[in-house]
Design a protein around this ligand. Sequence first.
Ligand SMILES: [Zn+2]
Length: 482
Amino acid sequence: MPDYEAVIGLETHIQLNTHSKIFCACKADSWGDPPNTNICPVCTGLPGVLPVLNRAAVEKAVRLAAAVGAEAIHDVSYFARKNYFYPDLPKGYQISQYDEPLASGGRFDLPLPDGTVRNVSIWKLHLEEDAGKTVHQGNRRLIDFNRCGVPLIEMVTGPDLRSADEAAQYLIRLRQLLRWLGTSEADMERGQLRCDGNVSLRPAGSTLLNPKTEIKNVNSIENLRAAIEAEINRQRRELDAGGRIEAWTLEWDEDVGTLRKMRSKETEADYRYFREPDLLPLVLDPAWRAAILAGLPELPLARRARFAEQYAIPAYDAEILTEERSLSDYFEQTVAARGGLPKAVSNWMMNDVLRLLRERGLSAGGLRLTPADLASIIEMVEKRQITTNTGKELLEQVQDSGRRPSDIVAAQGLAQVSDESELQALARAVMEESGDQVAAYRAGKATLIGWFVGQVMRRSGGKADPQKTRAVLEEMLNRGGG
Ligand SMILES: [Zn+2]
């Protein structure tokens, strides 16, 4: 049986997180709103209206094009009408870009689990408007126009992915980049990032491209992975049995976990594209271009590499800390506030701050616990002014109250007990209550020291300095022993 290689390309539609739609002032994000409440004569295509291009949508598209290394971001590009009839497309055409789009060429660097980077070519990146939504309810079809005119970027990769896992990885990294750039919320379940997958097989090592099938309507990364995996297996069985692959369009049924044939793919429909006569050419003058690109942040992979290098933290830490931009900013600000010690800051963030974020459903940008607060807590723990446990509790208290850590420590008397006479008093009280354990320790059961430390800690309300407590206990226990 021949050894096959999967050839996968992904077509994504990205909903831009602008306030208003691409050609009118209607609210762009209608998630949770009743149907047909964010519409106007422009986006519902009434006669006599004129579209006006949203600058913010252009700026977000230019930033994304630059971030994926577009070979060209064109000074002049054009919108075109893509004509087709569908109930949820009231104008009878979609305004898109066609032969002269905003950007051309590009490359998405996809880090793979084995440490290598796959260069995924970008074949297409352009702006367009979304269509409405048809909802099937029994025999009825209901149309919601809220989505008409929502700004989208269509971005299509070359056939450069080789497995279902790589396709899933691509979506994970694309989602990270979109959120990082502030381009899109990229929530697949809300339709803000939609993906179709093209799949074919060929003998391993070959460069030919066989007929491909197209998988539509997957609404999560896990579903995309499962659907592509299933399609690779189906094609392999078909080819092994001597069959041939036809260019079907398939739909993933997530409830059953199977692919269903939607239709045999016909030759590309004749959309009768022509230049949109109601819009001027999109002119990206040098000053505007420069202003947009000046706002382009350091990208996730570059920041990951810099973190590992500049702060000498493990690759694993650098990966986690750069999963999200506000988290990576938070790390750098805390290191700056602490005046160094990046590994200590990383440990606190990876263990305790991330747990706090998960529990509260927040991103680092939404924390009341500021980088300066975290730096101050870490410093108090390191100077042994408070115990590690107190430090962990302080994170939550600062987050809940918005008060400064040092104020909470002073007000609640949380300072670590390291005064020798206080510790001796605590130790004495514990020893008096624990005659059996004292005798056992003195008879040679040295491992009991941990138990004694725990008792003193408990009696102090968790505030006793554990190292000094141990020293005091050892001294007192050994003194009386024989
Ligand atoms: Zn509108």
